[in-house]
Design a protein around this ligand. Structure first.
Ligand SMILES: Nc1ncnc2c1ncn2[C@@H]1O[C@H](COP(=O)(O)OP(=O)(O)OP(=O)(O)O)[C@@H](O)[C@H]1O
Ligand SMILES: [Mg+2]
Length: 383
């Protein structure tokens, strides 16, 4: 039997705010989404009070999760500086409501106890069993980050590593499409989500949990809370590398993510065009700001490879990313051609490394994987 919104509300009535008011009376609840046993909502509080609310958030989440018929409960704490007496968020998704960035939204990191600035990893505890979490990022969208992330994960798998793939692109999860996976993860005895298995990879995506348009309206802190759950409420098991497909851009949400995920390194994807390289520089600056080492730059859609004759044309003036990497003093990890079969295989849920394992493209991804493994020497035992 499926849980109802009323049952969720009845449960929340029994939970008290830090000031002793029933949660349902505290004007802090967002819309409550109940969908096929999955429950999502946020608690929106003043920035200054966020810390006091964390235990309430955890309590609410545990209580909802314990309800019969609930398979997933995700409760986010969002902290805002409200201008005057702002009304509490509506109890239904307002049409046209878009993600509010910057301004009043405080990054979640702002509510954590201060950490030593020299110790980037201390911001977030490492994930037990996972040797290295690495981000695949780009300054701008559409440069092939997700395609590269999935094929790279497969390339690393081919090198004998145990690999996971986490789709952290809350605003446009594409791992379900790239892998053909659409099932909902099951829970283990400890009520942790079991990542889906495909092509020998352990895979999680926010797209397995929510409808795409639900996530679109989330704000920065809520995004971080969801990412934290995807990292920590998942039974990842033992992994050498967890590849994280990041949301595009270098805005607040991305910065918060870069700051809070225990990253061993980041890979920047760029295309050869100048504009994209400027964005790549921005991406680089973002990771440097939060002390995450940049493992290198990959040039995607580097040159055009004719699907018929295999001839190569440098239509974008190829080599820009290699040059830029040298200039910036970061490793250049390799170049991936613009090729129809890379696009087609991605779109059909059979990435090129699994659909054409003997092909030249698979070789390219494996070579880049080897370069990354080299960068991670000393971090992953198998390297
Ligand atoms: N090397 C390539 N050759 C041909 N097509 C490619 C290549 N890399 C990516 N694509 C195609 O380009 C499109 C965008 O790629 P992808 O979704 O991986 O980019 P992204 O950077 O993750 O985008 P977003 O910013 O929206 O997350 C997809 O249709 C993908 O199949
Ligand atoms: Mg993507």
């Amino acid at each position: 039997m499926s849980v109802t919104q009323q049952q969720v509300l009845d449960t929340l009535k029994t939970i008290r705010s830090p000031r002793g008011v029933a949660l349902t009376e505290a004007s802090v609840l967002s819309a409550i989404t109940v969908n096929d046993g999955k429950v999502f909502f946020s608690i929106n509080v003043e920035a200054g009070a966020a810390r006091a609310w964390e235990s309430v958030r955890a309590e609410a989440e545990a209580a909802v999760r314990a309800l019969a018929g609930v398979s997933t409960a995700m409760v986010a704490l969002t902290a805002e500086r409200r201008a005057g007496a702002a009304p509490s968020p509506p109890h239904r998704h307002a049409p046209g409501h878009t993600q509010s960035r910057g301004g009043g939204v405080q990054p979640v990191a702002a509510h954590r106890p201060p950490q030593s600035p020299t110790s980037p990893m201390s911001r977030q505890a490492e994930i037990p069993g996972v040797a290295a979490v690495i981000a695949v990022a780009s300054g701008k969208g559409g440069v092939g980050k997700s395609t590269t992330a999935v094929n790279l994960a497969l390339g690393l798998r081919d090198l004998g590593l145990r690999v996971g793939l986490l789709d952290a692109d809350i605003y446009g999860p594409s791992v379900p499409r790239l892998t053909g996976l659409h099932e909902k993860p099951e829970l283990n005895d400890e009520r942790k989500m079991i990542p889906l298995q495909r092509f020998g990879l352990s895979i999680m995506s926010i797209g397995f949990l929510v409808e795409e348009d639900t996530a679109m309206i989330w704000r920065g802190p809520m995004v971080m809370s969801a990412i934290n759950q995807l990292l920590r409420d998942v039974a990842w098991g033992t992994l050498d590398v967890l590849v994280v497909d990041m949301p595009p851009g270098t805005g607040d949400a991305q910065l918060t993510l870069a700051q809070n995920v225990p990253l061993k390194g980041a890979i920047i994807i760029s295309t050869p065009q100048d504009l994209s390289l400027i964005d790549a520089r921005r991406g680089l600056a973002m990771f440097r700001k939060v002390n995450v080492p940049v493992l290198g730059i990959i040039e995607n859609m580097s040159y055009f490879q004719c699907p018929h004759c295999g001839s190569r044309s440098d239509i974008f003036g190829h080599g820009g990313a290699r040059h830029e990497a040298e200039r910036l003093g970061v490793p250049f990890l390799g170049e991936i051609p613009l090729h129809m079969s890379i696009r087609e295989t991605s779109d059909s849920g059979h990435p090129v490394v699994v659909s054409e394992p003997e092909g030249a493209h698979a070789e390219v991804y494996r070579a880049i994987g080897a370069a990354i493994r080299e960068q991670l020497k000393g971090v992953i035992a198998a390297a």
